[in-house]
Design a protein around this ligand. Structure first.
Ligand SMILES: [Zn+2]
Length: 291
């Protein structure tokens, strides 16, 4: 059950501009806003745009259009596309990410990995090909992976207390710097949450493994403050009750529905019906109690 007295300073809405936002994103953001209101947290809008190859200006515009259309407020972060470009893009925080990567290198926490995508295909877990190769970290065209072990990780959650767990297999030796020299999502997300003082993180339950990985990373970086963050992993909105929504699915994009003449209220009604159908009455009621 939710600790109803819980109070937080700040939460965040963190879309990636790599497609039009869909009903699942809308649900996640609306839930974040509701939890912020309930717990006294302010809301940061953070646009995760490090994957520059997939970012496009129209998808950035869509983030603002969607939030405004759905009446989802935010207190901090870009007000529009030009403000985002000038002041808030993750590209402006590259020094912070590089500093963290340097710390990992200094602590011998990472190794260079040369594996190609095809070499890793079919493995659910990193097979450790480069773990003991001692490739110099400045080898061109290599990613950096974090050495991970099976240490215990504690995750503070909003509704299930403190969960004690270990690194999921899928995150073994996960990538912290990509071959293109850009910091990987996990690293940028940890550094941003620390930088902005976010203490409540609301995200889909498909990102549970990411939350564990991020705790692990913060542990290696010696960032004890990360342990005090509280997570809420919400159920996912499924198409037909079973398929995960994707950004390529045009008919569930908020933009498409808006252009079809749907109102914000129509969208919330649709989300409620999909949730009810997808997660069952019990979890649906739990969710309503939460907000
Ligand atoms: Zn490798």
């Amino acid at each position: 059950m939710l600790n109803t007295a819980a109070q937080f300073v700040k939460t965040r809405i963190a879309p990636t501009p790599s497609g039009y936002l869909h009903l699942g994103n809308a649900f996640s953001f609306a839930l974040t806003a509701a939890l912020a209101r309930k717990t006294g947290a302010s809301i940061l809008l953070r646009i995760d745009d490090l994957d520059q190859g997939r970012v496009s200006a129209e998808y950035v515009q869509d983030i603002f259009d969607t939030l405004n259309f759905l009446g989802i407020p935010w207190d901090e972060g870009p007000r529009d596309v030009s403000d985002y470009k000038q002041n808030w893009s993750q590209l402006h925080r590259m020094d912070l990410y590089q500093e963290a990567l340097q710390q990992l290198a200094d602590r011998r926490g990472v190794f260079a990995c040369q594996c190609s995508r095809s070499q890793l295909q079919g493995f659910g877990t990193y097979p450790g090909n480069c773990r003991d190769r001692s490739l110099p970290l400045d080898t061109p065209d290599t990613a950096w992976r974090l050495y991970t072990d099976d240490r215990q990780i504690s995750l503070r959650t909003l509704n299930d207390g403190v969960l004690t767990t270990r690194m999921p297999d899928a995150m073994t030796d996960f990538v912290v710097k990509k071959k293109d020299d850009h910091p990987a999502y996990q690293l940028a997300s940890v550094i941003d949450d620390l930088h902005f003082g976010v203490d409540l993180i609301v995200r889909g339950e498909d990102l549970y493994a990411s939350s564990v990985a991020q705790h692990y990373l913060a542990d290696v970086l010696g960032e004890g403050a990360f342990k005090n963050k509280t997570f809420y992993h919400h159920p996912l909105l499924m198409a037909d009750g079973e398929r995960k929504l994707s950004k390529s699915a045009g008919s569930t994009s908020v933009k498409y529905l808006r252009e079809q003449g749907k109102t914000a209220e129509d969208i919330y009604t649709t989300i409620g019906c999909m949730l009810h159908k997808g997660i069952g009455l019990k979890r649906f009621e739990d969710l309503l109690h939460l907000i």
